[in-house]
Design a protein around this ligand. Structure first.
Ligand code: SAH
Length: 390
């Protein structure tokens, strides 16, 4: 808890900035209540109010005493990001534009399917990784999202489907950290937000239904299993270093083999030994879609428990890449299946509202000093601080 908020608690000076409790995990909220001189179990009550019942007004939290509600009002708040717009695609996909502090906007997408509703959540404003085929990368990097801004996306989606009040048929059952940004470059906030996704007293999603997707920030991935056991997706897009260096520049720092070994370690540490990583492979015409690439990929992945998700490239303004042809896609899939892999092809959803994979651009303010931010972000990835969840 910031010092200013503590001072608030003691001196009841409401003009000081209030602590936003939206992104606080149960354990962090427990610390907050302890510092207020309250019992830790209040944390569970408040998390339930915010994330199970969608209640952000302390006054309505009727199982807290009046004096505690008053104390909370003086020191804290539940502040949500602002929804700027919400568009529905003809296929049921919904896309939100969400403004966060500082004025930039991020995008979030909901994809309904027969047996699930998947929310694609952003972890950063823009992205520092600069993958050559990704619209977000072209926007540059602005900043990390706070845990509140990450979990706030799920809160907003749940609220829009009346999930807090009713057994609404349309609801978020799955979350994928595949929106804007690289989740492992924003380690602590992503881990905190994911802990609320899994928390029984909050959204209660199963660890199989929350997926972190990474382009290969190896030192952070090496530490991930210490703090969470969500599902893992790895964005490969190329079967060798030469090609991957071009498509996913972070590969120049952490090679394909290092990435795959790290992913294997993560999967091996999972208590349930049937779990597999998802390998994401975006297919671009004449770039990485040849038979030789498929065969090379089959060899590369032979020791990794995985399934492969092929993603036809989704074009965006200004890109020179083209979508894979159907013939090349079928051939690529057949070769991998012939080698015994489970292969799925991601269907393009929300194309008419630019909500498909890699099309999320948002509005990133302040693109100056991009190189500088990029470098310092990469440097800090090596020293990713790790917190242990309780
Ligand atoms: N930084 C993380 C998560 C965000 S990207 C990561 O790289 O995994 C999530 C997925 O979007 C990536 O796997 C990539 O396959 C996909 N993607 C990015 N741009 C795309 C595009 N233009 N067409 C299709 N998929 C794209």
């Amino acid at each position: 808890m910031p010092e200013s908020a503590l001072k608030n608690a003691e001196n009841t000076q409401p003009q000081q900035e209030k602590t936003n409790l939206l992104g606080f995990s149960v354990s962090r909220l427990g610390d907050f209540f302890e510092q207020l001189g309250e019992k830790r179990f209040r944390a569970t009550q408040v998390v339930k109010w915010i994330h199970q019942m969608g209640e952000c007004d302390f006054e309505q939290m009727t199982n807290l005493s009046k004096s505690l509600r008053e104390k909370l009002k003086q020191t804290a708040e539940v502040r949500l990001p602002e929804v700027v717009s919400c568009q529905d695609s003809s296929d049921g996909t919904r896309k939100w534009l969400i403004r966060v502090e500082g004025g930039s906007c991020i995008e979030m997408v909901y994809i309904p399917e027969r047996d699930r509703g998947t929310l694609c959540v952003s972890s950063q404003i823009g992205c520092a990784l600069d993958c050559s085929f990704c619209a977000t990368g072209k926007q540059g990097f602005n900043r990390d999202l706070s845990a509140a801004e990450i979990i706030g996306q799920l809160w907003i989606a749940a609220d829009s489907f009346d999930q807090f009040d009713t057994k609404a048929p349309r609801r978020v059952t799955n979350v994928v950290m595949m929106g804007m940004g690289e989740p492992l470059m924003n380690f602590d906030n992503v881990v905190d937000a994911m802990s609320l996704m899994l928390e029984d007293n909050a959204y209660g999603l199963s660890k199989r239904r929350v997926t972190l997707s990474t382009a290969g920030v190896v030192p952070a991935l090496d530490k991930l299993a210490d703090v969470t056991d969500v599902s893992l997706a790895i964005s490969l897009h190329a079967p060798n270093d030469e090609l991957r260096n071009e498509l996913v520049p972070i590969n120049r720092k952490y090679s394909l083999q290092q990435f795959i070994d790290s992913a294997k370690n993560y999967i091996d540490k999972m208590p349930d030994n049937r779990r597999k990583a998802t390998v994401e492979y975006t297919l671009m015409d004449q770039v990485n879609d040849r038979s030789v690439h498929a065969r090379e990929l089959a060899v590369l992945l032979k020791d990794l428990p995985c399934k492969i998700n092929l993603i036809p490239f989704n074009p965006f303004p200004g890109t020179e890449y083209r979508r894979v042809t159907n013939t090349a896609l079928d051939r690529f899939r057949d070769i991998l299946q012939g080698e015994g892999y489970t292969v799925t092809v991601r269907t393009t959803r929300g194309d008419d509202i630019a909500a498909a994979c890699g099309q999320l651009a948002g509005e990133v303010n302040d693109r100056t000093k991009r190189q500088q931010r990029y470098k310092s972000k990469l440097a800090s990835a090596e020293e990713t601080p790790v917190k242990i969840l309780d």
